[in-house]
Design a protein around this ligand. Sequence first.
Ligand code: ZN
Length: 405
Amino acid sequence: MGFNFSVQKQLPGRLGRSGVITTPHGQIKTPAFIPVGTKATLKSVLPESITDLGAQAVLANAYHLYLQPGAEIIDQAGGLANFMNWQGPTFTDSGGFQVLSLGVGFKKVIAMDENTFQADDVIADDKERLAHVDDDGVTFKSHVDGSLHRFTPEVSMQVQHQIGADIIFAFDECTTLHNSRGYQEQALERTRLWAIRCLAEHDRLTKDRADKPYQALFGVLQGAQYEDLRRKAAQDLSKMKVHGVGFDGFGVGGALDKQTLGDILRWVNEELPADKPRHFLGIGEPDDLFVGVENGADTFDCVAPSRQARTSSVFTKDGRVNISNAPHKNEFFPIEKDCTCYTCRNYTRAYLCHLFRSKEMLAATLATIHNQHFIVGLVDQMRKGIEDGTFFEFKDQFMARYYKK
Ligand SMILES: [Zn+2]
């Protein structure tokens, strides 16, 4: 079984649509939220619970898995899905974002090019610069043990083929909104040239490893907040072919913020072919997800729902709630009364409050299950809305309640 995408229904007057992505490990009904399992685990949650909470796929990170346990170990295990005992589709992101973010914590604040060092240097004062980019690739220090490594487009493809996820991403240079226009242009051209090298290496590896399940390669669109750059990136990557092989889909990434993400998605999706799936990298807030779906994104991933859960911040239809706060100490009802997740079916707010306050491990597990179920379920409802014509009604209703202060 190979890779396929079919559009089912179009959102009237918008770029949004519902569809189905078929991979060797199963189907993903889109739009869909894909929980992040950075190191081949959705932190604190059993694989059975991932299925149970409604997730259709998991996204892991090539950079982290390359460092630990090493991509060859995952290859020996029969690929990511086998290794982590997750029987559904998987994604890996290329490692570009993580590698380039080294030394500045996370967040999209990165810039590295010796020539534009001053104008574009946004590294935090107390951090050492751990990554340097040149036209051929990126040299970086491992955040685990400080050892020196180098990622090129070819290495990223080799690592992602060994990890063996169903959907993989081209190696790109992720910039920030703080970079100068000149730097964005340079970085975009570098990313375009890297995309060609990714396609060539992907093609070689696909033929070399013909006994393995087919892996779909998505091109990554950069260009920050500039309409002309974003449209150019989309045009370049949708036309791009090496040995007759083009990208199976596209990832929209990089420098963007709440104010511009809808426009950026619209610009690129007006240029991209409608019959290829589009992944929006790193988006997970309810309002951003609505904007994303409306503007034609098919899949999303984000670490936020899990990260927030671990800090006791849980989603409700009335906004996020810090469940460890005193008022919840004696609330003997679930986080959400009508939520169908395992946590809400079995546990009270009072119990979660107690677990967080006493720093019990189960706190993270129960809160993560609820938060992931909430966000995965929210995007599922958007899909249903597209299919039965109630998307805008649902959006208005949800937004009015969630963001009411
Ligand atoms: Zn729940």
